[in-house]
Design a protein. Sequence first.
Length: 224
Amino acid sequence: MRFDKSQDGGPRDGRGRDSYHHGNLREALIAAALSLIAERGPAGFAFAELARAAGVSPAAPYRHFADRNALLAEVARRGYEKFTEALERAWNGGRPDPLRALEACGRAYLAFARADPAAYAVMFESGLSVEDDTELRLASERAFAVLRGAADAVCVTLPGNRPPGLMVALHIWAMAHGIASLFVERGEQTRRRLPMSPEDLLEAGVLIYLQSLGLGTQAHSDKA
């Protein structure tokens, strides 16, 4: 279908109807941004290039986003929402037990980075400050809250002096993020070859870490 530019910058089809009515322009800009990010990374395009990729005038994106950072913040916010949903499904209320459910969260973390690398890159590599956007900050906090809750549930099972759940959650987040960034997010062609899958690497790392806190050996022997 042939598209012509309307006076407000949105494409029109051959019959003159605005093809970006009812907010479709906003969605088209986000889709174009994700495509450019997947190809070039979060810093690899200008706002004018985004407009060209979406097939609209250079002024059209400003109807929905104050600037490039505002658009990236929206991409990141949506990414965090999907990320939270994936973590919640994996946690599954701590079933069948908190340790295995926590491991499932780790696998879900890697799966998200693999399935949606563009959103993942904006969330963690674009340099956006979550403190500058309330909705983005709340979305990121909801995602972390799932891991924090999982860590708290695991720590309850620890004997003796229990480590702070926040510390455990941050350690596991850092471990999952490091493995995702090094071995998952950038794809098979660019990542370093491993003698094991990233999922197995993460599971082993989490197990060693939890064993150092006094948990893990018995739970995994029960799985055998």
